[in-house]
Design a protein around this ligand. Structure first.
Ligand SMILES: Nc1ncnc2c1ncn2[C@@H]1O[C@H](COP(=O)(O)OP(=O)(O)O)[C@@H](O)[C@H]1O
Ligand SMILES: [Mg+2]
Length: 375
């Protein structure tokens, strides 16, 4: 015999309960409208069956489907086949951590793929068992394109800057040579003519004093010309990087009495493995570093070490001066250090600045030793 159904209780609904139910319905409608109208892709997937339970229109549009075509579909369906293994590992991480964000590749209905940023959160029941995952998916093709365009622009700027520096160096070399050869010859000729003039008019009163005065001025001009030409581009640099750095160190010591230790046991080997342009980049780095020490460091001692290992040149310049905060300085409009780093990076190298107030400064440079490389 069938049991009689319990009588339906005919309790009147209290006004409070009715208003709670209304509020609940309003909230549900609001959430549903958010889900349906959101501009970014949202989905809910089941943890048991690994299927998409719900997707919003933006998610479906992003993948080229109607919403219905994805409801109940396996999660794998929206992942590019090559990205699925890694995606599974990321889904495992979502469960481990409760929430996880990762980049992946999704696939559209027409088979085309696109990069995505996935953010997934696990929702658990009252016993802590995972029931579903709430997922938001962003198509990051345009972000990727912007990043790629930025990277390309930076590479082009770097190559342009390296090219500009190489041209400037070539120009400096020409000017230095012309100053030294042309101007030097003219001045030597002038010196000889003044001597001849002095001899021919030796009987004129005061001539010997005037001639010797002009001679000493000409000597001074010749020294200045040699100095300016040498500063533009030291001829000794043509003998290789090591010879150039040795000359520079002697010049700085002579000019300001700074105590500099240059340690370079493999000088010739290094010089032989660098192209003229690469040697110039390193020479200019040492020059700028020593100028910085003279100008800013108030140091009494500098150590320069240069050696090669594993096809790389290692250059370290350490001073015992007042030091500085690299991050603060690099944020300013100071182009000495930035220019050094830029030139080193253009040749595939790296430059590190280690310093803090009161603790001296270290410039660390690494550069691949390969003559074939170009910026
Ligand atoms: N060896 C150093 N010791 C102390 N301060 C330094 C040293 N090298 C650089 N600086 C600081 O970093 C700043 C930036 O240097 P740099 O980029 O070469 O530009 P500039 O020499 O034209 O000021 C300097 O103004 C100075 O404050
Ligand atoms: Mg400087």
């Amino acid at each position: 015999m069938l049991e009689a159904s319990p009588p339906i209780l005919n309790h009147p609904v209290s006004p409070q309960a009715a208003s709670d139910a209304d509020a609940c319905t309003r909230r549900l409608r609001l959430l549903e409208s958010l889900f349906s109208n959101a501009g970014w892709g949202m989905a809910i997937s089941s943890c048991d069956s690994q299927t998409l339970v719900e997707v919003n229109p933006a998610f479906a549009r992003m993948h080229g489907y109607q919403v219905e075509a994805l409801q109940g579909a396996p999660v794998e369906k929206v992942f590019a086949p090559a990205a699925w293994e890694e995606a599974k590992a990321n889904i495992a991480k979502v469960h481990e951590q409760g929430q996880h964000q990762f980049e992946s590749r999704h696939i559209r209905c027409d088979g085309s793929e696109f990069p995505v940023l996935v953010d997934a959160t696990v929702v658990r029941d009252e016993r802590g068992e995972p029931i579903f995952r709430v997922i938001s998916v962003q198509d990051i093709s345009s972000t990727r394109e912007v990043t790629r365009a930025l990277r390309d622009a930076r590479d082009q700027l770097r190559a342009l800057s390296a090219h500009h520096h190489a041209e400037m160096e070539a120009e400096k070399r020409t000017i230095a040579r012309e100053m030294h050869d042309e101007l030097g010859q003219l001045l030597t000729g002038l010196k000889m003519e003044v001597s001849t003039l002095g001899r021919r008019f030796a009987q004129v009163e005061g001539m010997d004093v005037a001639v010797s005065d002009i001679q000493s001025q000409l000597k001074h001009i010749m020294t200045v010309v040699r100095q300016v030409a040498g500063n533009l581009r030291p001829p000794v640099l043509e003998l290789g990087l090591f010879a150039g750095v040795e000359w520079l160190v002697e010049e700085v010591q002579r000019r300001c009495g700074l105590d500099i230790d240059l340690e370079c046991s493999q000088g010739d080997a290094i010089s032989a493995r660098l192209s003229s342009d690469q040697a110039t980049v390193i020479f200019r780095c040492v020059q700028e570093s020593l100028t910085n020490v003279m100008r800013h460091a108030q140091a009494s001692h500098v150590d320069i070490t240069m050696n090669c290992q594993n096809d790389k040149l290692y250059l370290r310049i350490v001073d015992n001066g007042v030091g500085f905060l690299p991050a603060t300085v690099l944020a300013r409009q100071a182009f000495g250090l930035k220019g050094m780093r830029e030139r080193v990076q253009a040749w595939g190298g790296q430059m590190l600045i280690i310093s803090q107030p009161g603790a001296g400064a270290t410039i660390d440079i690494q550069l691949p030793l390969n003559k074939e490389l170009t910026p």
